[in-house]
Ligand binder design. Structure first.
Ligand SMILES: Nc1nc2c(c(=O)[nH]1)N[C@H]1C(S)=C(S)[C@@H](COP(=O)(O)O)O[C@H]1N2
Ligand SMILES: [Mo]
Length: 496
């Protein structure tokens, strides 16, 4: 157990110090996620939320230590068997890194190799020490062993914790981080005017019109964001096109003069949930790129491929129907954050992220409809337009409010048509019109507010939106899978 702990913690520390190296625990975690049936991963995500990654990693450490304990018992008799078991665990990690194009050969192999060699050497040393604990000098030998073991445990713990702390401080040495810091934004003077004052209501607790990058939700399959060095990166546009294209990072930045305010939301968002945000994205329009490449008639699907192998696919018509669809390099006036896809990602108005918003984008491939993106074979819909939705931000669910006029406010979205109306219902009363703030764009969320004359007692508030074409939010409750949750957001409020 100690030997394995030392190996893992050294790999962890190396990864953190060198910045570009993934940790062994993260790598094996990736393998476990991939090998798990979708029901299990779904359940983990639902039960644990974003913490699922931490729980997963803790689980891997525990399992590894368990294996280590077994290996130690075996190793006392057959050392080669123990060494092979450790090597197999490391190979699992190395294999996972090798399939991930964002790591080079050396970064993929170093943590695994160093971890495995360390674990094997420490095991050998500990076994040797414990082996001396027989015969007349048993007590002395046992003491020496315990001292050695304690020393190793301290080393392992310190190394592991230091590695974690260092990598939590955002792999400061990584090429991606340094390269990102060197890029200047805005890359062109703002082409979009700042949002009109009337688009933004001054109500405490209401979601801001543009979600700050640091607060923007993050959903992806990566245990750790791919660290892409833009120096060696390029975006390819290929597949069923007349002229395959390739842009290096500088070329893409030069073209990135388009801007749009677009809501991004996850199909996993529960009614009233916070897996949604609006940002001002800057980049190059997808239709511009596709026109240059010349889409063949058979290229009816656009597949975005990420450096980490993730794929998302949507109909080519969605890229060419005039809606805002960008290869984005900046977000809210800042270079795209690493967690949001640096150096480039797709953002397509009106489509859930899992079919459209590929982060760490490396390729846009035109394909037939036969090809499926990452989540489709895992039980999610192939076509996934964003559903009309609305959310109450203020008051928060279960909050006590004072009798009299109470400000009720929130956001609603209905891409592509735009929000036409928002209505609020108190208890089982009639639906009443809320007041809409000015629209930022039809494909962003829109703020609304409602003055509630609240009488003392326990009440519920519900909200629904209707788009400009008259399509109403679906009130019937259904879960996120397969194509997005439906139902009205309803909160409880106690008026005192
Ligand atoms: N490479 C990659 N891109 C990805 C994903 C992913 O797992 N890997 N997840 C998608 C999903 S499900 C969503 S909802 C959006 C979330 O984007 P955000 O993390 O920037 O909010 O990214 C999409 N792009
Ligand atoms: Mo998502």
């Amino acid at each position: 157990m100690l030997a394995v702990a030392t190996g893992l913690s050294l790999a962890e520390l190396l990864g953190a110090l060198l910045g570009v190296l993934p940790s062994l625990v993260e790598l094996v975690g990736g393998v476990v996620v991939e090998a798990s049936p979708p029901q299990v991963t779904d359940l983990a995500i639902a039960a644990l939320g974003p913490a699922n990654v931490i729980v997963l990693q803790a689980g891997i450490v525990l399992v590894a230590l368990g294996i280590g304990t077994a290996v130690g018992a075996v190793g006392a008799r057959r050392f080669s068997l123990a060494a092979s078991a450790i090597a197999a665990f490391a190979l699992l990690g190395a294999g996972s890194a090798l399939r991930d194009a964002s790591y080079g050969l050396a970064p993929a192999l170093i943590p695994a190799a160093v971890g495995a060699v360390t674990a094997i050497l420490v095991l050998r040393w500990l076994l040797h020490r414990s082996g001396s604990a027989v015969g007349v000098r048993a007590v002395e030998g046992r003491r020496a062993f315990l001292r050695g073991a304690l020393g190793v445990a301290t080393l392992a713990l310190t190394g592991g914790v230091a590695g974690r702390v260092l990598s939590a401080r955002a792999g400061s040495a990584g090429e991606a981080v340094t390269a990102r810091a060197r890029i200047e934004v805005p890359l062109v003077p703002d082409r979009l005017p700042p949002p009109a004052g009337e688009a933004s209501l001054d109500i405490d607790g209401l979601s801001p019109l543009h979600t700050p990058n640091g607060d923007f939700y993050i959903v992806d399959t990566a245990i750790r964001s791919p660290q892409v060095d833009p120096g060696g990166w390029a975006l390819r546009i290929d597949g069923l096109v007349d002229r395959p294209l390739r842009f290096d990072h500088d070329e893409l930045l030069d073209m990135s003069t388009d801007e749009a305010d677009i809501l991004l939301t996850c199909v996993s968002n529960e009614v009233g949930g916070d897996l949604a945000g609006t940002a001002r994205w800057q980049g190059v329009r997808l239709d511009t790129l596709l026109d240059r490449a010349g889409v063949k008639p058979s290229g009816t699907q656009v597949i975005g491929r990420s450096v980490d192998g993730f794929t998302a696919g949507f109909p080519t018509t969605a890229a060419l129907d005039g809606r805002d669809a960008l290869v984005a390099v900046a977000m809210n006036g800042e270079v795209l954050p690493i967690a949001h896809g640096f150096p480039a990602r797709l953002v397509v108005a009106g489509l859930y992220g899992y079919v459209s918003a590929t982060k760490w984008l490396s390729e846009i491939e035109l394909a037939t409809d036969e090809v499926d993106g990452y989540w489709v074979p895992r039980g999610w819909a192939k076509e996934a337009p964003v559903k009309v939705a609305s959310r109450i931000d203020v008051p928060s669910d279960g909050q006590d409010v004072e009798e009299g006029l109470v400000a009720v406010a929130g956001v609603a979205w209905a891409p592509l048509a735009g929000v036409g109306a928002v209505q609020v219902r108190v208890d089982d009363g009639p639906w009443e019109d809320a007041t809409l703030a000015e629209e930022l764009s039809a494909v962003s969320w829109r703020q609304w507010h409602f003055e509630w004359r609240a009488a003392v007692g326990a009440h519920s508030l519900s909200v629904r939106a209707i788009d400009r074409d008259g399509t109403a939010q679906v009130g019937e409750e259904s879960p996120p899978r397969p194509a997005g949750a439906t139902g009205y957001h309803r909160i409880a409020a106690r008026v005192v």
